[in-house]
Design a protein around this ligand. Sequence first.
Ligand SMILES: [Zn+2]
Length: 300
Amino acid sequence: MLPFQLVYHPGYDLNLGDHVFPARKYRLIHHRLLEDRFAEPADFVEPKAASDDDVLRVHDPGWVHRLQTGTLTAAEIVKLEIPYSREMVEGFWLATGGTLLAARNALRQRIGFNIGGGFHHAFPAHGEGFCAIHDVAIAIRALQNERLIKKAMVVDCDVHHGNGTAAIFSGDRSVLTLSLHQLNNYPSQKPPSVIDVNLLDGVEDAEYLDRLDGALKVAMSFAPDLVFYLAGADPYREDQLGGLSLTMDGLQGRDQLVFETALAQAVPVAVVLAGGYARDTDDTVTIHCNTAKAARDALQ
Ligand SMILES: [Zn+2]
């Protein structure tokens, strides 16, 4: 048995068909972790869908209603950049329930791991960039509401800036947002995070790890009760939507650095996956599975 649970539900697959966002990756990761004997069936736990009360602590009621009733405008669907379906909406609610469960697990077991989530481009009243609702923000507000945490920190290592996260927590001193991303990439408008690390095109492992280490050292003085780690696979050099040049080893070094830095200060970590669009989807699956391995190693 693993020292932490893997939160997963078959409904995470957003059924997007032949889309650049390989939403089937969640199912492939579940399969690979079992096939490699990294995990046993008993290591997995299925979340319940997030409650509407949880979602509405972050999101505008009109946006939630239009998602749930299939009444988004054509412009809203274009901005979301994925086709609308009932399964898609259910997938977001399930993955958000998964992020909340992973966060609760992290508080008990030091690490919580959702094989999904990381929808950092969602805003309170609109979605964009494949993100309909902001699972991490919803989980933070739920845990704060239950008085389980006071301060949270978001460490966003997806190659794209965490614009939704920055906007939602702007001016909120209880949440430190850190985004390490490629400057010349989506989104064009980057509302400021508390700490933004703007990387130039083509940055390689050594510089990336050095910049991350420096940012984490500053950020951890915030002394959060919980870290949410967005372990995007898209800083990988073979990514179709990313322009950085990290290797698989570099990405695993990144994972180690985040886990070791947080756990050294006894701060638990809830992992969510965020993006990953490698030319070969198997590479994206490998990178995400390696994050689970780094999590296990960090607890040993
Ligand atoms: Zn991304």
